[in-house]
Design a protein around this ligand. Structure first.
Ligand code: ATP
Ligand code: MG
Length: 465
């Protein structure tokens, strides 16, 4: 949406509520109004409607107490009653309705010590984090209510705390991370005073649990350009709290083929990875993280980074464990990082192609190529993949479509048959023979026939006597 369009909407004060939602929402608000209560659309939904962005949650604020809301509607779930929030179900849609609040004192830099209800919308707005998140919309009269100059900041694309930034960040250490996230999500600038306050309140930000920081970080990785937020995180000091390894890549210059230092290459590769694929985004961000500890100066005076992918993979595992990512996410990202440096030449035998596929895992191959592409884009302007890599891709597709033997399970023989025919007992010997047979079949799929495999198995088991 253009700035002019945003301005026009602000002048008209009519928000484009999607048709499918409008009737239900009017019904809800009328019901409050008919019973003498106020009810406004609030927070992120108003902001996103003004910006013409897709809205995921429509949240309401009201002066009705939770128990009064429960009396007004039939389907009300007490989802966050402690904080005055209930969820309203209407026409197969759900809405969060929160009673006006004035947060009590903050003690641990995270949760208000007590939540007390307040009588006015203004007080409720003043407890919120940023001016752009402090707008309310009166659906019945088509009016935007703006106590904090949120419209001005939306128009100029600025993230600014409501009230004194140092105070607001000292109250809640998650807010600085949120500021950086909104910078990426909306492609906005953080106001200078607000930005400086992040650096002055790092001790509070440090107290936020790893899980909450990780969740913000994940949301950053889901935006179109995570590099915007990551650069704010770095320059404010927040990145050093949870990802110092990436800070250490800053100004690590590379060899003559790279225009960016390792840090910039990493964040731009992350931008270039698909927005909806968290695993590849993480792999892109971390794939070269081991370059800092492995950098040496070669004979020609240029830098080398031998084995950096192995170190990067180790560091990735450690970082993701520390941030409590799931084991599945860790092993997938780790695998991509470890294998990102593959070099292909046309003289690879079919066996070599199959071995490569087995090493990476057939289910991960596509993502490895996507990572490679992001890695290249993160180097500057180059697009797509070089011809040899595309030829490898084609050969892999060929192997998959030929449906050749890929794992021990795909062999035309199994452990039971081996035991019967060769008079073996259960034990590691069986696995050893099956793996040797698999190696053979990977080189020549035509050998995947029971009679040939048995013959070979006899040789192998005989040779180990
Ligand atoms: P998103 O698109 O990420 O959901 P949002 O603005 O809806 O953005 P939420 O986390 O869903 O963000 O919070 C809803 C609203 O609650 C915010 O718009 C803001 O007004 C308020 N809010 C959320 N978190 C905080 C916080 N830590 N401190 C103060 N106000 C907050
Ligand atoms: Mg929201």
């Amino acid at each position: 949406m253009t700035l002019a369009a945003v301005r026009q909407m602000i002048i008209e004060k009519k928000l484009p509520i999607p048709h499918a939602m409008a009737d239900t929402m009017s019904m809800i608000v009328s019901k409050f109004s008919d019973s003498g209560f106020e009810c406004y659309l609030i927070g992120g939904s108003v902001r996103d409607l003004i910006l013409g962005r897709k809205v995921y949650d429509y949240d309401f604020a009201t002066n009705a107490r939770p128990e009064q809301v429960q009396k007004l509607f039939r389907k009300v779930i007490p989802t966050g009653i402690k904080h005055g929030t209930v969820t309203l179900l209407k026409s197969n849609k759900s809405f969060e309705v929160t009673t006006y609040r004035a947060d009590g004192k903050y003690i641990d830099g995270r949760r208000p010590e007590s939540v007390s209800f307040s009588e006015t919308l203004e007080e409720d707005v003043l407890r919120r984090d940023f001016t752009i998140n402090g707008l309310a919309y009166d659906l019945l009269n088509g009016k935007i209510i703006d106590y904090v100059n949120g419209l001005r900041d939306i128009e100029h694309g600025i993230i600014r705390t409501i009230g004194d930034p140092v105070e607001r960040f000292n109250e809640d250490g998650l807010r600085p991370y949120r500021a950086c996230r909104f910078a990426s999500k909306l492609e906005f600038t953080i106001d200078e005073e607000t930005f400086k306050a992040i650096g002055r309140t790092l001790e509070i930000a440090r107290k936020v649990s790893v899980e909450r920081v990780r969740d913000e970080f994940k949301k950053i990785l889901e935006t179109k350009r995570p590099s915007i937020a990551i650069e704010y995180l770095r320059t404010s000091g927040l990145l050093g709290i949870f990802l110092p390894e990436l800070v250490n890549c800053h100004e690590i210059e590379q060899n003559k083929f790279h225009i960016f230092d390792v840090y910039r290459h990493s964040i731009y590769s992350c931008d270039a990875a698909p927005q909806n694929n968290l695993v590849v985004r993480l792999a892109a961000l971390l794939h070269d993280i081991g370059k800092t500890p492995t950098r040496r100066t070669g004979n020609d005076g240029d830098y080398t980074f031998y084995n950096h992918e192995v170190i990067s993979a180790k560091m990735t595992r450690r970082i993701m464990k520390r941030m409590r990512f799931s084991n599945e996410e860790i092993s997938k990202v780790n695998n991509l990082v470890l294998n990102h440096m593959f070099h292909y030449t046309d003289d690879w035998t079919d066996g070599a192609v199959r071995r490569f596929m087995r090493k990476v895992g057939v289910e991960n191959i596509e993502e490895l190529f996507i990572l490679r592409q992001a890695d290249r884009k993160g180097n500057g302007s180059r697009n797509g993949l070089p011809a040899p890599i595309l030829r490898l891709h084609r050969r892999i597709e060929q192997v998959i479509s030929d449906d050749n033997a890929m794992t021990v399970k795909d062999l035309d023989i199994n452990g039971h048959v081996l035991m019967e025919e060769l008079g073996l007992v259960p034990g590691p010997e069986i696995g050893r023979i099956l793996n040797a047979l698999l190696e053979m079949v990977l080189d020549d799929p035509a050998l995947n026939r029971k009679d040939l495999l048995l013959e070979k198995a006899r040789e192998i088991s005989g040779s180990s006597d």
